[in-house]
Design a protein. Structure first.
Ligand SMILES: Cc1cc2nc3c(=O)[nH]c(=O)nc-3n(C[C@H](O)[C@H](O)[C@H](O)COP(=O)(O)O)c2cc1C
Length: 365
């Protein structure tokens, strides 16, 4: 549990102290190594597994649409469930309308998240061409307005504004009311995750625009929008951003192509970033944050544990688990045949039938 949640000021009536309290970015261990948000991957089940077996310093949800939430799409909300073990845990939201961020920021507070991250890096056409995600890099004024609006929403929530005043869709209000506990009203920090530019690298100007809105942290994936995931991440450009931000109070996290924990530390040493985020190398590999290389048996056990949590959370909608199973089984003998079977499993029972025979103690019975 974060120390600020145990503040002795807990019962003071005035709102001023809520602004004085430290937020998690100020208290987090540095340099930090966090789990990068990944749509369809860093869902509640995977985040819990990552927290249990990898213990990254920070966990961020997959991105969630501000429009979707405000229009009552309950599906959007399923990714915003979290377990206490994930803390510090940050909700990532995307959108283009500052007014919606004012509302959604308050919902994020009400759900008890430690922070709100705004996605300004997604390259997907359906996101960026609507002015969301990496599309915001070409509209710095809007990007700043979004950050400020989210902060204002959070401030008003900390001062006691009720969710009912926001005219959120009734389904969303009902869903939020069902979530466990009522968090202490306090200011939570706003951060941004972005890229180096759209068609070309503009990180110098772009990071300055972001700093003007004073986010708590900026995570930078070292590619442009048009690069997608091609080529390799440009860490020199990330380090340049870090040098511009130095002394501003905003942390800079680098991101892109980190394959091992050693590499993460090497990237941190090279360029004065406050930390890094690891994404794809954590697929089927929550142990990366601990520098562990588990045996096949351990991987199968955790794959089954993951499948059990996934089923507990999602019930009969098990298909989202299949890709994770394939990732855990990379490198197994007969892996391609096994993966071809795993992409069809319907539930935990079928997963056990396929994977248990691979456990050495079962095989040797
Ligand atoms: C499947 C997938 C989904 C992603 N979804 C998101 C997302 O929801 N929000 C986000 O900010 N970045 C998203 N990303 C980008 C990653 O967070 C990260 O920036 C990128 O993969 C580079 O880091 P890596 O080389 O360590 O994977 C996604 C990446 C992948 C591969």
């Amino acid at each position: 549990m974060c120390p600020h949640r145990l503040s002795p000021f807990f019962t003071l009536p005035n709102p001023w102290y809520k602004r004085m309290m430290h937020h998690f970015w100020q208290e987090i261990k540095r340099p930090l190594i966090g789990l990068s948000p990944m749509d369809g991957v860093t869902d509640p089940a995977f985040r819990r597994i990552a927290a249990l077996h990898g213990k990254p310093d920070l966990i961020i949800t997959e991105f969630t649409s501000a429009d979707g939430i405000c229009h009552g799409a309950e599906r959007e909300l399923s990714g915003l469930r979290f377990d206490e073990i994930e803390r510090p845990v940050v909700a990532q939201i995307y959108g283009a309308d500052p007014a919606l961020f004012f509302k959604v920021a308050q919902l994020v507070c009400e759900l008890g998240f430690d922070g709100l991250d705004i996605n300004m890096g997604c390259p997907a056409k359906k996101v960026s061409s609507n002015g969301c995600g990496a599309g915001l890099i070409t509209d710095p004024a809007r990007a700043q307005a979004i950050i400020r609006s989210a902060k204002e929403g959070i401030k008003q929530w900390a001062d006691g504004a009720p969710l009912s005043a926001l005219n959120l869709h009734p389904k969303i209000v009902a869903w939020a009311a069902k979530q466990k506990g009522k968090p202490f009203r306090r200011i939570i920090p706003v951060s941004v995750k972005t890229r180096l530019g759209t068609n070309r690298i503009v990180i110098r100007e772009w990071v300055q625009h972001l700093l003007d809105a004073n986010p708590a942290a900026i995570s930078i994936h070292g590619r442009t929008l048009s690069q997608g995931y091609s080529g390799s991440a440009n860490w020199e450009a990330i380090y340049e951003a870090a040098s511009i931000a130095r002394g501003s109070g905003t942390l800079i996290l680098g991101n892109g192509d980190i394959a091992t924990l050693e590499e993460a530390h090497q990237k941190i040493r090279q360029g004065g970033v406050d930390g890094v985020l690891i994404g794809r190398s954590a697929l089927g590999n929550p142990w990366i944050f601990q520098n562990l290389y588990p045996s096949y048996d351990e991987r199968i056990k955790v794959a089954l544990e993951h499948a059990a949590i996934f089923q507990e959370i999602n019930g009969r909608y098990f298909s989202g688990m299949r890709k994770h199973l394939g990732w855990y089984c990379r490198g197994f003998q007969g892996a391609s045949k096994l993966r071809a079977q795993l992409v069809r499993v319907k539930d935990l029972e079928e997963t056990k039938e396929l994977l248990l025979p691979y456990l050495s103690e079962v095989a040797s019975l």
